[in-house]
Design a protein around this ligand. Sequence first.
Ligand code: MTE
Ligand code: HPA
Ligand code: MOS
Length: 789
Amino acid sequence: MSTKESPLHRDAPHESGLGHVTGTAIYVDDMAGPTGTLHAMVLHSPHARARILSRNGDAARRLPGVHAVLFAEDIPGTNRIGPIVHDEPLLAEDEVFAIGQSVALILADDLMTARAAAAAITVEYQELPAILSIQAAIEAGSFSTDPHVIERGSVTEALEAASLVLDGEFQNGGQDHFYLETQSALAVPGEHRSIHLYSSTQHPTEVQAMASEVLGIGRHMITCEVPRMGGAFGGKESQATQYAVLAALGAQHLGRAVRLWLNRDQDMLWTGNRHPFYSRYQAGFDGEGRILGFRVEIYSDGGWTQDLSGPVMDRALFHLDNAYYIPALHFRGQVARTNLASNTAFRGFGGPQGMLVIEEAMTQAADRLGIDGAEIRRRNYYGESPRDKCPYGQPVTDCRLDRIYVPLLKSSDYYARREEIEAFNDERPWIKRGIAFGPLKFGISFTASMLNQAGALVLIYTDGTVQLNHGGTEMGQGLHTKMLAICAHELGVPLKAVRMMHTATDKVPNTSATAASSGSDLNGQAVRHACAELRDRLRSIAASMLDLDHSSRDDLRFQGGRVQLDDGRGLDFAAVAQQAWLEQCSLSATGYYRTPGITYDREAGRGKPFHYFAYGASVIEVEICGLTGESRVLRVDILHDVGDSLVPSIDKGQVEGGFVQGLGWLTTEELVWNERGYLLTHSPSTYKIPASGDVPADFRVTLLEDARQDDVIHGSKAVGEPPLMLAMSVVTALREAIHSFANTERPLELEVPVTAERILRAVENVRASNEESDPDVLLSPLKDEHART
Ligand code: MTE
Ligand code: HPA
Ligand code: MOS
């Protein structure tokens, strides 16, 4: 098919862009409910762990405007939800396990009344000791999963043979999703006790399934519809479910529509975050900086329920190698159970946490061996050799690391700038710069192989217009823009002839979450298959309208709103659709796709969990101030592989946005709890996400050219999560800048996020040890600075 008039592989505005800026794009909470829609509010646990001695809602129920106060015993079906293991009571029973756990559901005329009702409910608690950190959980033996182990060769022998052995610890903090639209749902009761459930969820099928189990009715009685989300980032893969199901519970109980929406503080306090990780590692390197053996033990803070912590840990283990071939290894990962909000999916899904560990080891090794940071990484790259298998046995085919390394180092002028920075740092006593290179290899597919499936439903009307349904959800990532482009391309109709419908479980059933960056890979193929089926039917109709013999039937092309032959003979698409109706030919079709050839055996730690890998690399230059600890990113060069991009402008936006979100996680976003397990940083005044001013002033994003990926929709590659990890080298760059305050080389350990406070403390430590070795240095920079001004 000619791509001449096709919208595929071309820049396009986001399908809702105009709606976003004019306020006409509809989100769940914008939807007008039917008259009499009630407001729901959740009464939550104020304790990290406590026994519930009694609870009483009578006083609240008597307040005017209050319609119901529901506790666990008012649930008609099961009180257990959860994306994999159903270990999460929807409403607390006789014990609470985290601050923010839902205890009661209040249904009232308006939110103010619901708040008054919440204050009138009495719950008597007996506080119990709580576990509030990974370390405390390890000591107490509190885990929510068994260890997952991946190993190869003998690490002990490898470490013995190594000329450098690192023995270290590393830890990273969590991250709040800070989607602009907080969790929200609207449940509307219908005939036969059915419920239409609007939810801001990445996973409509899970919302449907959990609502059906909690309400004790079949899934066919529940439709979950998603207009779009105002951001999700993994935070609505499993955690939108609870609030949607609570709305459905209220709607079923009262037979009235119910709206439930969390304000920012509630959302930040009650819902989970990216998992903090703690790890211990030993890494052995030869004299040239090649890694020989790597032993890692990693723990994540899963919070109080399992949620997606198991698969997040799996993905962390799958990415402990990042881009590097490791001959001997032993990886062990386990999820700690604590009394904090249950942590969940977040862009990268454990991958970033895993990669940070080996990046730390690479940086430490480069320092000690006196090898440049980019060079040591290149020396460890996976190559094309069949020996170069991932720790879990999957070969790294079509490795693009070198194709990215060479042009990026050149275009970013890495080595020359490194020298300039050294000269700059020698001159400036308080302002220092650092530069670092970081590569990325990220596995694409859900690691639970059966989730890699998708469906679509395409409807053609007799005027030639089209409604497009697919199982994926739009969260700002541009999935709908890509699906529209694919559909218009396949049917050869203009984009404006295709309408994207809301995602709904009554159009495409039994879907997977839109996650793992696979939304366009999976749904794109399903849309393509549905369109191919329709094209096939329409081709027969057109062939008989044009009186073509059987062989030239196959030469009919769908393009430019026409069904035609190369010689120009043809018909308008609408005319063919009209004729199809007259000839009693169906104009709707479903499409289905499953990713071929992926499996993983968790017990053995072996398999091919990924359909392919996405690659990229970045060079980041930073500047820090030794007096305040403030940092800035001065320039960023990125070369990233998105295959043959479906819509390059969308993919570029994903790379930029993902990168900046990664910067936030690694530098300014810090979650702080008090000793009771209460999150202190629950609003934008104390939790600092990147603002527009934090976007690097000089930001050069390039997509790898000539990068078609076989066996993926139109040669493209997934893009949603990988770019977040391009920000990892900011840690190394900041470290370099801090290091330049030292008058001798000595290793430096940094915790993530590298906040202004941590930078300041590190600089002070470095300068204090300078003083030990040379008492004059401490004051000398200040003297110099005064001399200059
Ligand atoms: N981009 C925007 N604007 N908003 C989001 O919430 N989520 C990310 C990524 N990009 C997100 C985003 C995450 S976590 C994933 S898994 C992918 O988008 C999901 O969409 P895709 O599979 O269609 O790429
Ligand atoms: N990635 C993202 N989300 C998921 C995955 C995964 O691998 N598995 C289950 N949910
Ligand atoms: Mo993305 S963390 O897989 O929703």
